[in-house]
Design a protein around this ligand. Structure first.
Ligand SMILES: Nc1ncnc2c1ncn2[C@@H]1O[C@H](COP(=O)(O)OP(=O)(O)O)[C@@H](O)[C@H]1O
Ligand SMILES: [Mg+2]
Length: 236
């Protein structure tokens, strides 16, 4: 058995024989409110492992540097080990969630420009938003690193928005995390799944993501399965 190195709200990281490679295990834990609500939802880990694997493979094909190596079982994948930059990088195409509340817009209101926002990863501080100067002042990231992350996040957004649009799904917003690899390069890490994206059916506008759990509107897995099946058809 290999050792557990780290775990968070939804994933467990194990070491492998290669010090630069991690085995990441996707659990069924599903959280909301900075982890205040935490429930096990059957098969969520396996579905997110598959969805995230398909999306990272698609991003690799489109030359986005990232940590994904390969999926090794229903619930596990191998990832390049990185030093995580403790930021959540959020891209928004339509107003929703935190942005919608902050500015009092309508939900899903059109934005005249795509937004990229940085939040400090800290559950106990409730992930405070921070700007480029805050991040530099707190030694969380350097100016050029912030520029790189913003650039990569917008590139990911262009590829993913088009991918989902072809599937009849609107990518409303999503969260990315980045890390620095052994060569000092900033690469995309963590996961991309309906836990970390807002995805709505382009026709019905129904949520196909964790908002169903956040708002306690029923069984969120229906949307997750729909996303997985459509991705398999599109990319598989
Ligand atoms: N390639 C990687 N190398 C090292 N750590 C990673 C990598 N990808 C993700 N992580 C980290 O793994 C931890 C566990 O993930 P997760 O359960 O999603 O945590 P969180 O509670 O922060 O959402 C997080 O701290 C995340 O930043
Ligand atoms: Mg997470």
């Amino acid at each position: 058995m290999t050792n557990l190195i780290d775990s968070g709200k939804t994933k467990e990281l194990f070491e492998t024989e290669d010090k630069n490679v991690l085995r990441v295990h996707y659990t069924d834990h599903t959280t909301a409110g900075d982890g205040l609500r935490n429930e096990l939802i059957d098969n969520k880990g396996a579905v997110n492992n598959q969805i995230s694997s398909l999306i990272f493979q698609f991003l690799t094909k489109n030359d986005i540097p990232n940590h994904f190596i390969k999926k090794i079982s229903d619930t596990d994948q191998l990832n390049q080990r990185v030093n995580m930059i403790p930021l959540e990088v959020v891209v928004r195409n339509l107003s929703s969630g935190h942005f919608q509340k902050r500015f009092g817009t309508d939900d899903l209101q059109k934005l005249s420009k795509t937004v990229v926002e940085f939040f400090m990863k800290s559950d106990h501080l409730h992930d405070p938003m921070l700007n480029d100067l805050d991040a530099q002042a707190l030694n969380i990231a350097k100016e050029n690193e912030l520029i790189t992350m913003r650039h990569l996040a917008l590139k990911v957004n262009r590829f993913m928005s088009e991918l989902f649009m072809d599937m009849g799904i609107i990518l409303v917003d999503f969260k990315l995390e980045f890390g620095i690899n052994d060569n000092g390069q900033i690469i995309l890490a963590d996961e991309i799944s309906p836990d970390s994206c807002r995805l709505i059916d382009a026709t019905t506008k129904n949520s196909l993501d964790k908002d169903v759990f956040r708002k306690q509107e029923g069984n969120m897995m229906n949307g997750y399965y729909k996303i997985l099946h459509k991705l398999e058809n599109e990319l598989g």
